[in-house]
Design a protein around this ligand. Sequence first.
Ligand code: SF4
Length: 435
Amino acid sequence: MNAEQPTPPAMDPNAPVRVETLPHAGDLRWPMTWYFLTGKLYSLLPWKKTAWTCAGFPIELLLGLDIFPLHPENMATVAAAQKQSRRLIEHAESMGYSRDLCSYCKTNIGAVDTGAPLKHGGIARPDIITCTNTICDTHWKWFQIQAEKLDVPLFVFDCPKIVSGTDDRTIEGYITYMVEQFFDFFDFVKKHTGKKPDIDRMIKAAEQSERLSALWREIYEYRKHVPSPYGMAETSASFFPLVVMPGVRSGIRFFEKILGDIKQRADQGKGTLTGRERYRLMFEGIPFWYRMRFMYDLARYGAVVVYEPYTFSFAPSKPVNLGYMETLRQVARTMMDVPYSYNLEKRIAYFKQAISDYRIDGVILHENLSCRPSSTGMIDLKNALQQECDIPVLIIQCDMNDPRAFSEAQINTRIEGFVELMERRKTHSPSVGLD
Ligand code: SF4
């Protein structure tokens, strides 16, 4: 930073802050209640079956088998929001797990070993456990350890990565490889639960999943408005149905309601910070679940996060009205095309497009100590965006579930510097990068 020309933050960071929430924001409780009650019921009734599964796994497959998905990662975020994750992580570390391991994994290991209740991030023992290396290899080892501990059958998908230079013929071969694994999975499920795939049910779940994703993409279109009618202070919670219950009607109803609110707010020219939106931000990475107040800290400066590659990545476009085999091939294709496996060139192009579309003033990159897939290449990404978009980019080193990594004073100081750079850019002074 140029110490000779300090530019103060645009707003008083100590001033009271008000972030406008949507009228139907509270309706999120209905899909959440449905999810937790149905999960409880499926865990209790002997003829109903449950599976632990992970991000990147196609929930439509489980719904088509009448198996209810339980999400250890989602329950880890519940533990963090309830200020329980540190205790559970430290318990896992006392069992010998390294400080460097993914904190979702350690939260789950701590929760299972201490018998944590549902409200503190606990999770029921499932009938089967299934996962994929679509996003990371941690899922494999984590679920294997827990399957052995709980004595539950495990099925692991090996998902190839589509990287730059992968030609169409190879991709079609990968898809065939994935579909063959789907059929192996159906055999596995039948053997351990007696459940068989219901084709109509699976196709319907795929169609409803696309309906949910399409609503989320439409919500994102409205976030382009200035001021933005919807910010990350709300999306971090409201994208819940996309993660754990795509293909379920209750989530669709919730998204339809909040989309109605967002349209109305946009038509009225209102935003989450009406009259106070000064900086539009992109936030890359998983939020700090134990410290969601961070979004309100940003709002004090008139900063609103209007685009998150993380929450957007849960709503890919999925062709529908396909037959059984084509539905399975499409599920496989979607599994492989995740932004976390993009190479740097593709990732930079993706960010540049979003910066332009959403009129972004600055980018925050969360270099997550837990998560290699979401942190790899961040320095190169930052340098490219600063140079090619002339935009301030801030890297924050932290962790999504381990509050020990959140250094309040240090982060506040860096945010202040970041806001100064955005202000300077707005007033046409040359921008300078942050270390
Ligand atoms: S390493 Fe990252 S992607 Fe993998 S489970 Fe942990 S947070 Fe999720």
